[in-house]
Design a protein around this ligand. Structure first.
Ligand SMILES: [Zn+2]
Length: 67
């Protein structure tokens, strides 16, 4: 039994689905998010990815590697 099968995880998943903002505070609108399907342990998950965060991560990565 893994954490993923516990009621606690289900509760958190529900919360995540009802989220209106990402952890960084960007609004999770259809325009600002994209969905990505990933498979783990034979189960499919739909991840909602915040585009603003993605862009920010991209920028940080660039800055970290560029000299
Ligand atoms: Zn974000």
């Amino acid at each position: 039994m893994t954490f993923m099968h516990t009621p606690e995880f289900r509760r958190r998943e529900q919360l995540r689905r009802n989220q209106t903002h990402c952890h960084a505070g960007h609004p999770l609108t259809p325009h600002n998010t994209r969905e990505e399907v990933c498979t783990r342990n034979g189960r499919e998950y739909t991840l909602r990815i915040c585009k603003a965060c993605e862009r920010q991560r991209h920028r940080q990565k660039k800055r970290a590697s560029g000299r």
